[in-house]
Ligand binder design. Structure first.
Ligand code: SDX
Length: 393
């Protein structure tokens, strides 16, 4: 069929499903969303337009985009009673724990969008999740630092609104820098969907039981938290802080090469990309813009990041194994420069990936044959044997 891509990874891949949303060619370092290359979307489009593309399969007309953006904007507030959920957590709770809890609890408030067999309710649930995730993440951040919640504003675009909810305080006006807003929008755009990664597969599997959308997205958030997946940007920055100074970089590169050392270079490598992650190329541009704006001379962590990037790219071991900086390496640098604590990195990834999870959820619900079935196993345990009473053991 014209336009149908086949990708032979060179091994019998056990595809979990078929999909028309995102195509990845790991060897060539290609990523397409509904056929559009990620570098074109990142440079010419913006997050909510990419959300529309992922959800509905086509780029919107000007009118369609205006209606969609107005709909999202008008769902950004959460039910006032949900504010109480945050106060049930310890102040030092990881924001991902808060997000898993609060997003799961949405099913207790938005009963009119939990029937997955009702297309209108599916639409409303989709819009509510995309709109409210930044609000919930920002509230988790504000709660963790003991500052008052900042309500969303309808006069700000999606990325600027999130930055305002995170960094504004009642005592003074907070003006969002357009370079930071653009970098944040690019982080959202570049993390929006990524085929059948672990958290997306989790959402698909949870949805296959008929669970409501809020519970399924909460399951995806829980899976994304892991350091090998969405938690990598936090783990990467914590690694950079542990390295501390550029002179310790060779020590950590040697550990990453040592097969007897479980240490891995966080922010490097990828399960699928055996070339440069195409998202990382674009994210690197934004990282350079933000570092120029914010300066790194006063931030030793960012200096280590730049030197580690150069050292790894010049090291034959990492080049030969194609362990290049991935999207999480550069997004972590940007978020550190913006002033976010590392604990907020994965919640920001979760904001972005919500549209990918929802798009894949809707696709699966639209084609019952496309459900991830009940996985089976290869049983390697004992063959049948009889019970032995304890006095005879
Ligand atoms: C994300 O799936 C997705 O799409 C995920 C994601 C998304 O958008 O949803 O792209 C987001 O999760 C990006 C990846 C973020 N994770 C990290 O940055 C954590 C650090 N990276 C590693 O944990 C690792 O690279 C993985 C888990 C990402 C991939 O591991 P693989 O599948 O083992 O990688 P590989 O097969 O290419 O490894 C080749 C070799 C192996 O050694 P050998 O067995 O050949 O001797 O390289 C080694 C690996 O042990 N290796 C590393 C390494 N990554 C792989 N050695 C040191 N440091 C690393 N980071």
């Amino acid at each position: 069929q014209a336009g149908v891509f086949t990708y032979d990874p060179g091994y019998t891949s056990t595809a979990s499903c078929d999909s028309t949303i995102t195509f990845i060619d790991g060897d060539k370092g290609e990523l397409l969303h509904r056929g559009y290359p990620i570098d074109q979307l990142a440079s010419k489009s913006h997050y909510l337009e990419v959300c529309y593309l992922l959800l509905y399969g086509e780029l919107p007309s000007a009118t369609e985009l205006e209606v969609f953006e107005n709909t999202i904007t008008r769902h950004t507030m959460i039910h006032e009673q949900m504010h109480n959920f945050f106060r049930g957590f310890r102040r030092d709770a990881h924001p991902m724990a808060t997000m898993v809890g609060v997003v799961g609890a949405m099913s207790a408030f938005y009963h009119d969008s939990t029937d997955i067999n009702n297309p209108h309710q599916r639409e409303v649930a989709s819009h509510r999740l995309i709109a409210k995730m930044p609000t919930i993440a920002a509230m988790a951040y504000k709660y963790s630092i003991g500052q008052p919640f900042v309500y969303p504003r309808n006069d700000l675009d999606y990325a600027a609104n999130f930055l305002h909810m995170c960094f504004a305080v009642p005592a003074e006006e907070y003006v969002v820098d357009p370079i930071l807003a653009r970098a944040m929008d690019r982080i959202f755009t570049l993390h929006a969907d990524h085929e059948q990664n672990a958290s997306t597969s989790t959402v698909r599997l949870a949805s296959s039981s008929g669970a409501n959308p809020f519970a399924c997205i909460a399951a995806g958030i829980a899976c994304l938290w892991g350091p090998a997946h969405g938690g990598a940007n936090q783990a990467c920055l914590e690694m950079l802080k542990e390295i501390g100074t550029p002179d310790r970089i060779p020590e950590f590169l040697a550990r990453a090469k040592d097969k007897n050392d479980p240490f891995r270079l966080m922010g490097f490598g990828h399960r699928v990309y055996k070339n440069f992650d195409p998202r990382a190329k674009v994210m690197k541009q934004s990282a350079d813009e933000v570092l120029d704006l914010m300066g790194i001379e006063n931030n030793p962590t960012l200096q280590v990041a730049k030197d580690l990037e150069a050292a790894a790219l010049a090291d034959d071991y990492f080049v030969d194994k194609k362990l290049f900086p991935n999207v999480d390496f550069y997004s972590g640098i940007i978020l550190e420069a913006m002033g976010f604590p590392t604990s907020m990195f994965t919640p920001i990834f979760a904001i972005s990936r919500t549209v990918g999870w929802i798009s894949q959820w809707k696709e699966m619900l639209g084609d019952p044959q496309n459900k991830i079935g009940r996985p089976r196993q290869l049983y390697l345990g004992p063959t049948q044997r009889d019970y032995v009473d304890i006095e005879n053991r």
